[in-house]
Design a protein around this ligand. Structure first.
Ligand SMILES: *Cc1c(COP(=O)(O)O)cnc(C)c1O
Length: 401
């Protein structure tokens, strides 16, 4: 294997994210292939016993076993780290494997977590159900309110965990404020950046310690594989996350890593076009539906904050119709847009959160986080936005709007 300029940090760290997304981290075999090679191997062989010994001692840089190292996976990790402006990255088998690893690798019984209450259903499950089973207490707050972050801190608070924008309410967290507050109290911030990726928002630039991803969403971006990633300082990744990951094994397969590498090549292009399309669709829906929560529209109460910390509105937003019955009528009348709970895909997808993504969250918690019975979340894809609007228009009429 030859290391190309893609592995020389003195060069790649100066590239802009769109360049890094295409080239950073690339290694090449003796064939000089342009596209990254897929190394579907679980093990590695050694020329002699001394080499095997040296590798296990860490004195030889070669690989030993794919739960510990794999070339295709390593290329993806280097690329995501650079795009995030992070020192290091490790990838996992899914976004939830990434979130679980990012939290459990650093939390112990007796620790306390403060989390945004508006969150992806499974992220809420980690905080509400899993952490308490291991003696880790949690407080969930309205993460839009800076004062609530401050008020929730206890002497044993170890981690702040939140997403911005939050799924599906599109609540924003003030990254600069919350990261500064955490630093003053020695608290580790873990930011779920799935809705943005480095193309739209780089939490590390605001002082975040750890950024976690569902790479299933925008990074793959074409609805093919599940994947996750965690980025942060070399110290955190190598000394805190890695011992957990190497021994518990939530690894990403090299095949899926390769698919995400291909996805990243077009990430910037897709995210920018999908953000433009989402803005057009949002402008159409505003005034036509009772409520819309779209970070790109001035009607969003945190529009200014969103535009300060995000480089575009992203493809996802939510809106509300009267009730579940009307939401279902709208979904069932769609002809182009798919009824699907996935997001970040190049296809336009619409879902009713209360009955799907947030089904496992109690009705009370849903009401508290603002997931109403009439709420629908849309992922605007790469289709011509006029066709997406036409489809919504006819479906809204059929649903009585
Ligand atoms: C989808 C999603 C996850 C979980 O990711 P998977 O790849 O489905 O495991 C976590 N957080 C957010 C914000 C998500 O949208």
């Amino acid at each position: 294997m030859k290391r190309t300029t893609g592995t020389d940090r003195s060069i790649t760290s100066r590239w802009r994210p769109a360049t890094q997304a295409v080239r950073a981290g690339t290694w090449r075999s003796e064939q000089g292939e342009t596209s990254e090679a897929m190394f579907l191997t679980s093990g590695y062989s050694y020329e002699n016993a001394e080499t095997a010994e040296a590798r296990f001692r860490g004195e030889d840089a070669g690989m030993t076993y794919s739960r510990l190292q794999n070339p295709t996976v390593a290329m993806l990790e280097e690329r995501i780290a650079l795009m995030d402006g992070a020192e290091a990255c490790r990838v996992q088998a899914s976004g939830m494997a990434a979130m679980t690893a990012a939290l459990l690798c650093q939390l112990s019984a007796g620790d306390h977590v403060v989390a945004g209450r508006a969150a992806f259903g499974s992220c809420r499950w980690l905080v509400d159900q899993l952490c308490p089973r291991f003696g880790i207490s949690a407080t969930t707050i309205d993460a839009r309110d800076n004062a609530q972050w401050e008020a929730a801190i206890k002497p044993n608070t170890k981690v702040f965990f939140f997403e911005t924008p939050a799924n599906p309410t599109m609540d924003m967290v003030d990254l600069q404020f919350v990261c500064d507050l955490a630093k003053r109290h020695g608290i580790v911030t873990v930011v779920d950046n799935a809705f943005c990726t480095a193309s739209l928002q780089r939490p590390i630039e605001f002082g975040a310690d750890v950024v976690a991803y569902s790479a299933t969403k925008l990074m793959d971006g074409q609805g093919r594989v599940l994947a996750g990633a965690v980025t942060g300082s070399a110290d955190f990744i190598n000394n805190v996350l890695l011992p957990f990951q190497r021994n518990t094994g939530p690894n990403l397969s090299p095949f899926n890593a390769w698919v995400v590498l291909k996805g990243l090549e077009t990430l910037d292009l897709r995210v920018r076009r999908q953000s433009e399309n989402a803005l057009e669709v949002g402008r159409f829906l505003e005034g036509r539906v009772p409520r819309i929560s779209h970070p790109g529209l001035p009607s969003h109460p945190q529009h200014n904050l969103a535009m300060r910390q995000m480089d575009g509105c992203g493809p996802i937003f939510s809106f509300e119709v009267e009730d579940r019955k009307q939401a279902f009528a709208l979904l069932n009348a769609l002809k182009l847009i798919d009824i699907s709970n996935n997001i970040g895909d190049s296809r336009s997808l619409l879902c009713h959160n209360a009955s799907t993504t947030h089904y496992s969250v109690s009705a009370e918690a849903r009401a508290e986080m603002g997931v109403s019975e009439g709420m629908l979340r849309i992922n605007v894809g790469l289709e011509d936005p006029r066709d997406v609007i036409d489809d919504l228009d006819q479906a809204l009429v059929k649903a009585g709007l």
